[in-house]
Design a protein around this ligand. Sequence first.
Ligand code: GLU
Length: 425
Amino acid sequence: MSTHTVNATQAHSESMFDAVLARLDVAAKLMNLSDEVLQVLKNPSKQVKVSLPIMMDNGKIQVFEGYRTVHSTHLGPSKGGIRYAMDVNADEVMALAAWMSFKCAVANLPYGGAKGGIKCDPRTMSVGELERLSRAYAVSMKDVFGVNRDIPAPDMGTSGREMAWILDEFNKINGEDSPGVITGKPIAIGGSLGRDAATGRGVMVNALAALKKMGLLPTEVTAVVQGFGNVGSHAARLLSEKGIKIVGIGDHTASFYNEKGIDIKEALEYAAKNNRVLKGFTGATEIKHEDLLISKCDVLVPAALQNVITEENAGKIQAKLIVEGANGPTTPEADPILNDKKIICVPDILANSGGVTVSYFEWVQNKAGYYWTEEEVNTRHDLKMEIAFEAVWHNASSFKTGMRIAAYITALQKIEQGVKLKGAY
Ligand code: GLU
């Protein structure tokens, strides 16, 4: 498989949206995407920024910034998570919204893309403060969200708890229950079985599909997983259940390595009892955070933050396969380095699309008012992921490019039809 590289000068890793544009340009050129469609996709269709004054527990008002960007609606209503993190800003939300458009198209879901976020540090806030903030955000976005308009979901720093508050506020405003306006909800109020583990499950299905193409058996490879939150912990568990030896794990509190393999069940039990963090885990040797990604392994799963594989460390990565559980973990400057090293990289817009795929199933179940078994959800998920993987693999070989650009091409082939068929004013 030969590779096409992104010109490093085209993208500055400080701007995540530039990182999207850099890849978009390469894919567009390779597939001969019309300039008109490219222009449409380079400009998100709606950007909303709000100020959220919240009464904090200390009796003082603090004002938070909230965002929602709808990137596209050509293939259906826009879909994408809401993150609570300190680095949330307009540029980041715009990049994440565009990635959602491409992710939904790659997974063949009838959705456009969106993303939202609030600049805050949820770890330092009380449950009451987070509830008031989530409800205020829902009120401010009441005209943006809608079952057939824009459907949010969890992302970094949020979970079913926040989705329940946002749903409740939306329902109060509208005077009716519309569970399909948000996904990733707790099961009791219309969530889907399998949604919680879905992103990690998608990482596992993509990793197995790639290993098969590489002629490697799961039982003969090792993996390192960075991140032990919703995505990383499920990915590590599911990969180890498939016989892959997990030799490295880490979260924001500590990183660990054990060449003999880490007992993931033990790590999960430890984190469950330890405020959901790994610090203090004794089933492996603690290593420096920066050594985790470059430690010896066959499969590397960055499932924590963006921009962690950079031009500084890409050359030192030892894995043969990278499966991106996080959104945007690799900078455009690192892409050519990985390509030169012949490392296969299953990109975020394919590798982590399991989450939004089961969000789609949740929305379908909410619309039908009929709920599936976990087995039905998982079987349909795995099939959709395998089809998406094959489509991207096929485009990688027919366009003679790496999987990242092939995934963009796969998405653009679908979105282009939507843009052209729906037309313009
Ligand atoms: N936040 C997740 C993502 O980045 C899920 C989005 C969704 O389910 O709508 O893919």
